[in-house]
Design a protein around this ligand. Structure first.
Ligand SMILES: Cc1cc2nc3c(=O)[nH]c(=O)nc-3n(C[C@H](O)[C@H](O)[C@H](O)COP(=O)(O)OP(=O)(O)OC[C@H]3O[C@@H](n4cnc5c(N)ncnc54)[C@H](O)[C@@H]3O)c2cc1C
Length: 405
């Protein structure tokens, strides 16, 4: 049985490693495999999360039901055992994030390549088209020629960070064979705002809560964010983007003092105002907010930073309290798909068998990794998804091969 794997990234290399001994050919358009893997985890590759199945599932944003079967059969511990078993020592950091002890993503790629020894890897060979062969199986047309395969595994990834080779070709191939695609959207992406925030670029806000109302649904994230040239980014923003990327209408609010109730905040303001009656509002706000944020904050509340405290009315004090607890940010859109850490959307899961990753529409066609409409939060969950889907696919193919199907 001749098997083609389109894409030599995380899922493609892993599925090929599990099919060692079978007649497998990997095609990758790049001059080397794993270009995206190389930049994962800021070059350190957070290859999985040292957690149980329930924790894993709670970090899946889309595709939770679909991934249940695959993740039950290939848990994070199996990923850890796989890499350590091949001589790559791993370590677990904050939040269960697993990295190679060497802190080098290149070591993860080398280990995967070692596990694929014997597999034909055709580099610099981009797949251009995929169709059914008249003699049965599939016709794979590449930049170098045309081939026939009995089975094809699409492991082309999503459509973000295109420079790494993941240009969304897998969606095209899936469509060629009758599949529908859930519109790809940026996920784990920064957010653009309508208002100008350039003056605050790089400014972090710590221990804040970001609230989003997206098509009527409420999401809240607590932690750190920071301003960019056109909007906001940072851990809570990236997470939030994954929840709101399919919504038509989004409103954003910041709770700048989540540990305090409005009453406690008002008491605190009263105390500060009492002690600084003749001071400018700007100076008093410095005890509550980072300096570079205050002008923006007061401007949005239509209050002059130069107002003397003794002229601030009760209604204006209430406005400040309300602003601190429920500060609106004018949502524009997410940063473009290419800049998202992952792609949300992809091959419609209704058309794929969740235990085998085989297409329900086209026998012998499989999808693994980010090309599927599955996306997870940061922490190693996306690579774990790539490995678990690849494992399920390889097990199904090996079973068929054993049964001579
Ligand atoms: C900056 C960044 C950091 C990240 N960090 C992490 C992290 O630390 N932990 C984590 O879990 N996830 C992380 N991710 C996400 C993770 O990298 C992806 O989810 C994962 O690589 C998906 O694996 P994949 O095999 O589906 O696709 P990819 O790894 O993208 O591989 C797809 C491969 O297919 C090839 N290809 C595409 N089209 C064709 C074609 N037509 N012909 C031939 N070859 C083709 C590409 O060249 C590429 O090599 C990060 C992503 C980015 C962008």
């Amino acid at each position: 049985m001749k098997i083609a794997v389109i894409g030599g990234g995380a899922s493609g290399l892993f599925v090929a490693s599990q099919l060692r001994g079978c007649d497998v050919t990997i095609f990758d358009g790049n001059e080397k495999c794993g270009k995206k893997l190389y930049i994962t985890g800021k070059g350190r590759c957070n290859l999985t999360n040292n957690c149980d199945k329930e924790t894993f599932l709670s970090n899946v944003v889309n595709g939770e039901n679909f991934i249940q079967s695959a993740i039950s059969r290939f848990l994070p511990i199996n990923t850890i055992e796989f890499f350590e078993g091949l001589g790559l020592p791993l370590k677990t950091e904050r939040g269960g994030r697993v990295f190679p002890v060497s802190d080098k993503s290149s070591d993860v790629i080398k280990t995967l390549e070692k596990a694929c020894k014997g597999t034909a890897i055709k580099l610099n060979e981009k797949v251009l088209a995929l169709s059914l062969a008249s003699t049965g199986g599939f016709k794979v047309k590449t930049t170098c020629g045309e081939y026939r395969f009995d089975k094809v595994i699409i492991a082309t990834g999503g459509k973000s960070y295109c420079a790494t080779g993941s240009t969304g070709d897998g969606y095209k191939f899936a469509k060629m064979l009758g599949h529908s695609i859930i519109e790809p959207k940026p996920a784990l992406a920064a957010i653009k705002l309508k208002e100008s925030v350039k003056a605050m670029q790089g400014l972090p806000l710590k221990n804040v809560s970001l609230l989003a109302l997206a098509d009527g649904k409420k999401y809240s994230q607590f932690g750190e964010m920071l301003f960019t040239d056109e909007g906001i980014t940072g851990p809570i923003v990236l997470t939030m983007s994954s929840y709101i990327n399919r919504a038509k209408k989004v409103e954003l609010y910041l709770d700048l003092k989540p540990a305090l109730t409005p009453q406690q905040l008002d008491n605190r303001l009263l105390r500060e105002f009492d002690e600084g009656k003749n001071k400018d509002l700007f100076n008093v706000m410095r005890t509550l907010l980072p300096k570079n944020f205050i002008e923006f904050f007061l401007y949005k509340l239509s209050l002059s930073p130069h107002r003397k405290i003794n002229s601030v009315t009760l209604a204006e004090r209430e406005k400040i309290v309300n602003g601190l607890k429920h500060f609106p940010l004018a949502y524009k859109e997410l940063y473009p798909l290419d800049s998202g850490i992952i792609t949300s959307g992809g091959v419609n899961l209704k058309e794929v068998n969740p235990s085998t990753m085989e297409s329900k529409l086209c026998k012998g066609l499989y999808f693994v990794g980010e090309v599927l409409d599955i996306d997870c939060l940061t922490g190693g969950f996306n690579l774990q998804t790539a490995f678990a889907t690849a494992y399920a696919c390889s097990e199904a193919i090996k079973k068929e091969e054993k049964n001579g199907i």
